[in-house]
Design a protein around this ligand. Structure first.
Ligand code: ZN
Length: 198
């Protein structure tokens, strides 16, 4: 089931987990910001968090690629989100793939308390493997939305984040100079061409 657009308030009172996921450049953060803005318009108290690791653009803002941004709090560990979410109706979490597995308990705990939790993150790493806690978050979520980018090579819908550089650790922060969104066919061709992973 997709996200229930017409029940912003009741979703907040009941508590639930929503996951927005997909490849890089798929509009995850834009969709997170859109939902959080609508919750604010509805008069709800909203707090936004991101891992302090992700400081590509700014220490204190969730910034999407189209530069619509929203002020967020960087946290070193997922459990800090629990402490910082007193008297909040809606909690947004961006770049959730960089948290450890404890983010799952944190999200469940918040939702159990009646908080609407909206989590955005990459579903797969640069090798096309499920990324960190995202599979578990998708399992416990009431609502999962997968968003797609456009394949840079053929124009189909893209679900993979292909790393153009040759670094082989999982976490390499970067933007269009380092990654390109690809569809399954183009991704498979691209990784077979690279001797490092071929
Ligand atoms: Zn393609």
């Amino acid at each position: 089931m997709d996200f229930p657009e017409n029940s912003i308030r009741s979703a907040g009172k009941k508590g639930s987990v929503e996951v927005i996921t997909g490849s890089m450049f798929s509009g995850k953060t834009e969709e997170l910001i859109r939902r959080l803005r609508r919750a604010r318009f509805a008069g709800l108290k909203v707090e936004i968090f991101k891992p302090s690791l992700d400081n590509r653009y700014s220490e204190t803002r969730v910034v999407s690629h189209d530069e619509k941004s929203i002020v967020s709090t960087p946290v070193d560990h997922a459990t800090a989100i629990l402490l910082l979410s007193e008297n909040v109706d809606v909690v947004g979490i961006d770049e959730a793939q960089f948290f450890d597995i404890s983010i799952v308990d944190v999200c469940n705990n918040l939702a159990d308390k009646g908080i609407r939790v909206i989590v955005a993150g990459l579903d797969m790493d640069f090798l096309g493997k499920p990324f960190g806690p995202m599979p578990a978050l998708m399992a416990v979520a009431e609502y999962v939305t997968k968003v797609q980018a456009i394949c840079m090579r053929c124009g189909e819908l893209a679900t993979y984040s292909f790393r153009k550089s040759s670094e082989d650790q999982v976490v390499v922060l970067g933007e269009k100079e380092k990654y390109e969104p690809l569809c399954r066919q183009c991704f498979n061709k691209a990784i077979n061409k690279k001797p490092l992973h071929g």
